[in-house]
Each structure stands twice: as C-alpha cells, then as structure tokens.
Design a protein around this ligand. Structure first.
Ligand SMILES: [Zn+2]
Length: 109
C-alpha cells in the first residue's frame, strides 16, 4: 500500500511538471514564435516532447479567443510543405525523399 501511494504521488508530480511546461510553452509562444528545437532549449525537454506539448496547448486553446498557428515543415530541397500533420517533425520528404526538412514553427495569436 505504501508503495502504491508513492507511485500515485510520483504521477501527480509528473502531471504537475507537464502542466508547468505547457504553461511556459504557451507563455513563450504568446511572445513570439519558435521551432521544436528552439523551444526544446527553452523548456529543457526533447524536441518531440515539445511537439506533444504543442498539440495539447492547441487543444486547450480551442474554446478561447486565442489559437495556435503552425508554419508547416518545409523540404529544403523541393519546397514541399503539404505534410498531413503540420505540427510534427517529419524525417523525410514524401515527394523527393530528401531528409533535409526545415522544422515547423509555432506561435499563439
Ligand atoms: Zn522534397
């Protein structure tokens, strides 16, 4: 039982930490824009975690006056930017197979 309670407490702390990270993310994006790599440095989490938080923040803004805007990732070789999931980190271009993809950028307006 003691172990069970310890695990619950730990999960609560993790949720609070995630909540804090999302609030910091929203604050940064209200001030300007950022790519996953830039925001990763700012928030001290890996870029793919930034993308996950961005998607949560976007949903949390759905019923507010604000919205999360995404400049989609773009292929540096052929210019393709029609990725199915713009708020993501694609590893290669579906058109020319290049792996040189510029990251998406996020902002809140
Ligand atoms: Zn391409």
């Amino acid at each position: 039982m003691a172990i069970y309670l310890a695990v619950v407490a730990d999960e609560t702390r993790m949720r609070e930490a995630e909540e804090t990270t999302r609030q910091r993310l929203a604050t940064v994006l209200r001030d300007g824009d950022g790519t996953p790599s830039e925001l990763a440095v700012e928030l001290e989490v890996p870029p793919h975690v930034v993308v996950d938080h961005v998607q949560h923040v976007a949903r949390s803004l759905e019923e507010t006056d604000e919205q999360l805007l995404v400049a989609p990732p773009t292929c540096r070789d052929c210019g393709f930017d029609g990725f199915d999931e713009p708020a993501n980190l694609p590893s290669r271009c579906p058109t020319c197979k290049s792996e040189s993809i510029a990251e998406p950028a996020f902002t809140i307006e």
